[in-house]
Write a protein that binds this ligand. Structure first.
Ligand SMILES: Cc1ncc(COP(=O)(O)O)c(C=O)c1O
Length: 388
């Protein structure tokens, strides 16, 4: 077998898993009704509340993020009831797909890829149509790299409607500020393979009193994801069915590390690697798919490749020469953008390496507008300035 550099995941999930988490993941499973596991589970439930910044219960499912999205809707909205979906890309649109599948009456409001919703957009939509049981939106739209201003969007929704507010925080939690209780969000969903630095397989759902009340009157709340079953088990540090014991033990370690750092430091690190990527791309003369820094996700940076350079070639070159994986666009954006992930356990060192390798790939693909080192130099300047 050839000696190769370890693979580097610079995608917006799954994200790298720190060695100390991997070590916990490798331990033999223990019984999920044991007192040792109950203690871990209680710790996880408490720490998850901290991540979501909520005093409300947070449920944990053995599922991916999409499972938590389905859980949000099936538990609170009856078939036939009205749901508004604010879609700005592949993942926010998924709310509509799930709601339709569950027989709900969906109003889908779409804006072009790369754009975010404004409170005025929301006010306009809610003035034109009323009667929504829930409004579903996203904070970080991973397919485009947009960050919606969830605090002001939630305020606008509440001003014009008494609908429940459901937010997909799958790639924004532990990357961008999110304050569930303070902002008045009713359900927020996320998944382990993103900012949580843990492998895929766990989904989280924080639920407000209002959403819980809606659940109590829901006629078709489903079985596996049922809030009542999950609520009953939180106090005793359990889950209703066999959970992914090993992943949960790894998650507890990851959450402990995150608490040691603190949310502010975590947000700052994401902002730094994001700024390094954005400044580097600008200095290289490449167009950022999300122009505004304020509306750009701290989890992922989407870039339009230079004329004549193919996204496939860049990605294949990075993978083959350096073991670095970056993401393609999705659906209509396949081949039109490449996406550099900087979510979870990603550090300036990783970004400097990725940008350096990317410059080489662009050079080899014929893009030689600027000397080698231009992108890395820009990122270095951002880094140095962050210490001033
Ligand atoms: C913003 C967002 N929402 C939802 C999902 C779906 O999550 P999963 O693939 O874990 O079901 C993803 C996955 O990348 C995502 O990025």
């Amino acid at each position: 077998m050839m000696i190769k550099a370890d693979p580097m995941l610079m995608i917006p999930g799954p994200t790298p898993v720190p060695a100390s988490v991997l070590e916990v993941l490798a331990r033999a499973p223990i019984g999920h009704r044991s007192s040792e596991f109950k203690a871990t589970m209680k710790s996880v439930y408490t720490r998850l509340k901290w991540i979501f910044q909520t005093e409300q219960p947070v449920f944990l499912y053995t599922a991916s993020g999409t499972g938590a999205m389905e859980a949000a809707l099936v538990n609170t909205v009856n078939p036939g009831e009205l749901v508004l979906v604010l879609s700005c890309g592949v993942f926010s649109k998924r709310w509509a797909e799930i709601a339709k599948t569950l027989g709900m009456n969906v109003t889908l409001q779409e804006i072009p890829d790369g754009q975010a919703f404004s409170p005025d957009d929301v006010a306009g939509i809610l003035k034109a149509q009323s009667g929504f049981k829930a409004v579903c939106l996203i904070q970080s739209e991973t397919s485009t790299g947009v960050l919606n201003p969830v605090e002001s969007l939630t305020a606008a929704i509440k001003q014009h409607s008494d609908a429940l507010v459901f937010v997909d925080t799958v790639t924004s939690l532990a990357a961008a500020p999110f304050y569930m209780d303070q902002w008045g969000v009713d359900i927020a969903v996320s998944g382990s393979q993103k900012g949580f630095m843990t492998p895929p397989g766990l989904a989280f759902l924080a639920v407000s009193e209002r959403a819980m009340a809606a659940h109590k009157t829901c006629k078709t709340p489903g079985y596996y994801f049922n809030f009542t079953q999950n609520e009953k088990n939180i106090e005793s540090g359990q889950t209703p069915y066999t959970p992914a014991v090993s992943l949960i033990r790894g998650l507890d370690k990851a959450l402990e590390m995150m608490q040691t750092d603190g949310l502010e430091a975590i947000f700052k690190r994401h902002q730094l690697t994001q700024s390094m990527a954005r400044e580097a791309m600008r200095r290289l003369g490449l167009a950022l798919f999300v122009e505004s820094d304020i509306l750009a996700s701290p989890a992922v940076t989407s870039v339009i490749p230079p004329q004549g350079v193919s996204v496939d070639d860049i990605r294949a070159g990075l993978r083959e020469q350096f073991g670095i994986t970056i993401a393609n666009g999705q659906k209509d954006l396949i081949g039109k953008i490449f996406r550099i992930g900087h979510l979870g356990a990603i550090f300036p060192r990783d970004m400097l390496t990725t940008l350096s390798a990317l410059e080489i790939l662009l050079y080899q693909s014929g893009y030689r507008q600027y000397p080698l080192g231009t992108a890395v130099g820009a990122a270095q300047e951002v880094m140095v300035a962050s210490h001033d």
